[in-house]
Design a protein around this ligand. Structure first.
Ligand code: MG
Ligand code: MG
Length: 272
């Protein structure tokens, strides 16, 4: 059952989402060649606790860490390890925080050093697809409208849209109803109403949409070994329209990104 949130609850969710946003912003200035994911994970855990929240993923379904760290061909759910990041890597960082009984849950794929142009393009298109999906998350639309928009845009660029993993409702539970696939048909599925809160999170592969799982029981990676990108925002329906609860602004501040094409794109696409 979909849990509709009051205005007060949405403000609490914004607080949780912003702790995650700030955590990702802190990590943005730490991610560089030679640094390992386990170190970053420890920084994130300390940062979240210092902000009066609990790591949202630690111990959830027995996950051992604060962050999901998924480099290169890993799609999501990578377990942080001590292997140093290399120049030209990408790494998807998914982070959760729990405060006042509500979860924040969002993700960003970072570039490590200098990344190949075709990989940069994968990141750009995946991030754009996130906002194209968010635009469809409005009262009266349906789950399939979001999924269709993301799928159509990414497949138009020749990319594979992961089927097995999906976005989700978000609130007092990390995963609430409804599921929010990154593929679908217009006008199908659950209808969106005022006060719904979801995590929209395209997981987009440069090559095949097919995935496999490592024996660790967690790590998902592309079947063809090509890179994969993941961007996630927490969104509420307020006055019938999508309102972002999370933000990438702390990341942009940390990276010194001031002329952000993607930000313009976001504004254009979030207009009614
Ligand atoms: Mg997430
Ligand atoms: Mg999520």
């Amino acid at each position: 059952m979909v849990k509709i949130k009051s205005a007060e609850e949405i403000e609490l969710m914004r607080e949780s989402a912003l702790i995650v946003s700030k955590t990702l912003g802190m990590l943005a200035s730490e991610i560089k060649p030679g640094v390992n994911a386990l170190y970053l994970d420890q920084l994130a855990e300390t940062f979240i606790r210092d902000h009066g929240a609990e790591p949202g993923f630690l111990g959830m379904y027995d996950f051992p860490n604060t962050l999901n760290m998924s480099p290169n061909a890993q799609v999501v759910h990578g377990i942080p390890n001590s292997e140093p990041l290399k120049d030209g890597d990408i790494i998807s960082v998914d982070c959760g925080a729990l405060k006042n009984g509500f979860y924040g849950d969002h993700a960003y794929t970072f570039e490590v050093g200098e990344v190949a142009p075709e990989v940069k393009k994968l990141l750009k298109v995946t991030k754009e697809s996130l906002y194209i999906g968010i635009r469809e998350f409005r009262a009266g639309n349906r789950v399939g409208d979001v999924g269709y928009a993301i799928q159509n845009y990414c497949e138009g660029h020749g990319y594979g849209v992961v089927r097995e993993l999906v976005g989700h409702g978000l609130g007092k539970k990390l995963h609430e109803s409804p599921e929010m696939p990154n593929y679908g048909k217009r006008g199908r599925g659950k209808k969106f109403v005022e006060g719904m809160t979801v995590a929209i999170e395209p997981m987009i592969n440069m090559g095949t949409k097919n995935i496999k799982q490592l024996k660790d029981g967690w790590t998902i990676l592309t079947a063809d070994g090509k890179p994969s990108a993941h961007f996630e925002h927490d969104v509420a329906i307020v006055n019938g329209k999508p309102e972002l609860l999370s933000t990438f602004q702390y990341i942009y501040d940390a990276l010194g990104i001031t002329t952000d094409e993607e930000d313009e794109f976001r504004h254009k696409n979030l207009q009614p």
